[in-house]
Structure formats: C-alpha cells, structure tokens
Design a protein. Structure first.
Length: 182
C-alpha cells in the first residue's frame, strides 16, 4: 500500500497554543476494513454527517478495532472536548476539517459497539452523536472506508476503540512497537 500525505487547514482545531501553524501534514496507509454486524440496518450517513447515523466497529490493521459510521468511515474524538459534557468545542473553521457525526433520532448501534452512545444538541440546532461521552467527528480528508488519516492530527484528534476510549498511539508509534516499517 502506498503512503498518502494529506495537508488540511486545521484553523480552530489545534490543541494548546492557537499561534501555531494551522496546517498539519499527516501520512498514513489507507487500509481495508470489515464492519461488524449491526442490530439494525444502518441509516444512510455521509461524510458530512447530515442524515441519520449508525455506529459500528471495523478492524483497522494499524489501530485495531475502531468506531466507524454505517458506511465504514472512521470516527474521531477531539481532546479539547470535555468527555460527558454534552457539548462540542469544534466550531467555525474547525468544522470544515472535522464535521460532526449527527443524527435525526436515535443512531443505530452495532452489536460490537461497547461504548454508551448518546446524543446532544449543538449550538446550530443539529444533534451530534457521542460515544462514551466523547463527541464524534469525521475527518474531511478521509476519502474511503478504512481511511484513518486524521489519527494523531495536531496530537489532539484520535480514533476510538469499541468502548469509546481514544487510541492515542500514532501509526509511527504502533509501527515502532511492532517492529514493522511502512
């Protein structure tokens, strides 16, 4: 598999000092995933999270089992959010790179999802989905199911395991632990 470099403006989405460069380059392989069975048929969901929502688990070759939407698109949490607060700190320009997973009604939850799944109303009136208290987001540069190009972006964006816990290891750290090369 070929490594892919992605450059995305992350204005308003960086942890810590707002004076840092707003451009982040993330390199990753785009793996294939297999979604777990769901208890209900997944609702139609797009990368912009605009209609319905479904949470499932997919096997990722680098990060293990991770939370995805009903189409297999990887979901992320943001360290600047407060777990369980029922609110998102990603707004404005941040939403261009990190659109929220939103739902109309209750999201469908796959059997392999161990996280408590809740929703909360965003300031714009949409309903965002949370897993284990963490608001869920897409990464706009992920193009296909199984992409996880946002993992570790700015050291504040992370994929989640089936229980809704962030997986904070980056691909480089995982490769050095296992002794594999990209």
């Amino acid at each position: 598999m070929a490594a892919t470099a992605t450059t995305v403006g992350l204005a308003g989405c960086l942890g810590g000092d707002g004076g840092r460069d707003d451009t982040e380059t993330v390199e990753t392989d785009a793996p294939e995933t297999t979604a777990a069975a769901t208890t209900e048929a997944p609702t139609e969901t797009g990368g912009d999270g605009s209609s319905g929502a479904a949470l499932e688990v997919a096997a990722h070759p680098t990060h293990g089992d991770v939370l995805v939407d009903g189409e297999g698109m990887t979901l992320y949490m943001f360290d600047n959010d407060e777990r369980g607060a029922g609110a998102s700190t990603c707004s404005g320009d941040c939403l261009d790179a990190w659109p929220p997973l939103t739902a109309e009604g209750d999201p469908a939850v796959g059997e392999a999802v161990a996280a408590g799944v809740t929703t909360f109303e965003r300031e714009d009136g949409t309903t965002q989905v949370a897993a284990n208290g963490w608001p869920l987001y897409y990464f706009a540069s992920d193009e296909a199911p199984g992409d996880a190009t946002g993992q570790g972006a700015s050291d504040v964006w992370w994929v989640l395991d089936p229980s809704g816990e962030p997986i904070r290891a980056t691909e480089e750290e995982t490769e050095s632990e296992t002794g594999t090369d990209a």
